[in-house]
Design a protein around this ligand. Structure first.
Ligand code: PLP
Length: 469
């Protein structure tokens, strides 16, 4: 037997480099002050390692750049569209492929065509744009993730699963007529990037079929989810990620996708679907009605708000993302950061997800109460000490100000997300991140909370301004 090397290396070498910017402590202190202690308001050139998001921040391959040069910019019938369509069809099996400028545009079209006021849309956890698009239609976005998902330290292989009994209860309660579709988000971004098992996808699909309700995947991280199925679910170890992905999609009637995630592209997305198999008035001519909406706000159906070269980059990216070497490295790189933090005594959401590590800031900083934003305080300290940009997902995002200025009611969790861009940072970048967080953890009692000095009425986290307490 040949020797099995244990070190999992980056499965690429670097052809183009982009400098990152070292700054002084004093420069960062000033930049923070000017940004009102909101990391969204920093200039990227003041950031050394940017873990704000994995959305559109990945590095493209030489094959994707070659595709960019091949881009056919014809308004109608561009060959780039047919390559894009073939790539999406071969992976998902869906008949109708509708390109959009990003994931939320696919959501807006789908929910705009399907949802009516008073409807209920179940999901394991709605991503924030998904929820916003459901609620914009005056429908209810209902999260039905399994109960265990709410315990950060609990280790389960498929913590993103939907509670199938809760789905049955919801259907019994509101009636199938008021449920236009059921969605499953793979992996579950809002729930810590946790995967959904094939068994759960199958079970949710079976319930939907029995009640004649359409079933869609929010497929933004479908390849990472496929890898977790391959490595964690009995019976899938010998299947390729592409075969697993194909089986995942086979249980659904369609999907929405942000190509900025597992499309390995910097922009783009799509809505893909089959002709609905059920004879319900609201499903009549669904693909055609989606395309009509597309023309209204995105563009002609063979480009949908994208340049021909974007379609090429996505067509190639969707195939590259399913390569075993890539997925092994991708999930390993994320878990590596998680293991280093755990070894340093930093509490994280367990087990590590596919695209990010979530630090449990409330557990790490017990001396800062939720109304003083422990997650934001930690994220700000990481920037100040080490130039690392992360993102708070907790009291700042989900909390609501009180009318009389009294302390806000605590939300369930205060997390800080370290989101790993695809194919961008090396292991030494991540060693630096782990060292910085360990340094901060050893001085955690010196970190102080924040107060909000200005906030917008909705989505306050993007623009709020803070001051240290
Ligand atoms: C990013 C994301 C979306 C929205 O996609 P955009 O391209 O940002 O519009 C929807 N769902 C999930 C799970 C996501 O992660």
């Amino acid at each position: 037997m040949p020797y099995q090397f244990k070190t999992i290396i980056e499965p690429f070498r670097i052809k183009t480099v982009e400098p990152i910017h070292f700054t002084t402590y004093e420069h960062r202190r000033q930049a923070l002050q000017e940004a009102g202690y909101n990391l969204f308001l920093l200039r990227s050139e003041d950031v050394l390692i940017d873990l704000l998001t994995d959305s559109g921040t990945g590095a493209m391959s030489s094959e994707q750049w070659a595709g960019m040069m091949r881009g056919d910019e014809s308004y109608a019938g561009a060959s780039s569209f047919y390559r894009f369509e073939a790539s999406v069809r071969s992976i998902t099996g869906f008949q109708h492929v509708i390109p959009t400028h990003q994931g939320r545009a696919a959501e807006r079209i789908l929910f705009g065509v399907l949802c009516q006021p008073g409807d209920v849309v179940p999901n394991n956890n709605h991503f924030d744009t998904t929820r916003a698009n459901v609620e914009y239609r005056k429908a209810e976005a209902r999260d039905l993730v399994i109960e265990e998902a709410h315990q950060p330290a609990l280790i389960l292989p498929f913590k993103g699963n939907m509670d199938v009994a809760a789905l049955e209860r919801t259907i019994a309660e509101v009636g199938p007529d008021r449920i236009p579709l059921v969605m499953l988000t793979v992996t579950n971004n809002a729930g810590g990037g946790q995967p959904v098992s094939m068994a759960n996808i199958r079970a949710v699909s079976e319930v939907c079929r029995r009640h004649g309700i359409l079933f869609f995947l929010d497929a933004c991280r479908f390849a990472e989810n496929a890898w977790f199925i391959k490595t964690r679910e009995p019976g899938y170890a010998d299947k390729s990620p592409a075969e697993i992905a194909r089986e995942m999609f086979s249980y659904a009637d369609g999907c929405t996708m942000s190509a900025k995630k597992d499309g390995l592209a910097n922009i783009g997305g799509f809505l893909a679907l089959n002709d609905p198999p059920y004879d319900r008035e609201r499903y009549r001519d669904l693909p055609q009605r989606c395309k009509n909406q597309l023309i209204l706000t995105e563009g002609f159906p063979t480009y949908g708000g994208l340049a021909g070269y974007d379609l090429e980059a996505i067509a190639v990216g969707l195939r590259e993302v399913l390569q075993e070497d890539y997925l092994r490295y991708r999930t390993r790189a994320t878990a590596y950061v998680g293991e280093k933090l755990l070894a340093a005594g930093v509490p994280i959401v367990q087990p590590p997800g596919g695209h990010a590590i979530y630090i449990d800031a409330r557990a790490m900083l017990p001396h800062i109460p939720p109304p003083q934003y422990p997650g934001q305080a930690l994220a700000v300290t990481m920037y100040l000490e080490a130039g690392i940009r992360s993102v708070e997902i907790g009291q700042v995002v989900f909390g609501r100000p009180t009318a009389d200025g009294s302390p806000e009611a605590p939300v369930p969790l205060d997390l800080v997300r370290l989101t790993i861009p695809r194919r961008v940072y090396t292991q030494s970048h991540m060693d630096y991140v782990a060292e910085a967080i360990e340094y901060i953890a050893n001085r955690r009692d010196q970190i102080r909370g924040l107060r909000i000095v200005w906030q917008a009425p909705v989505l306050r986290h993007f623009t709020a301004r803070f001051a240290p307490l």
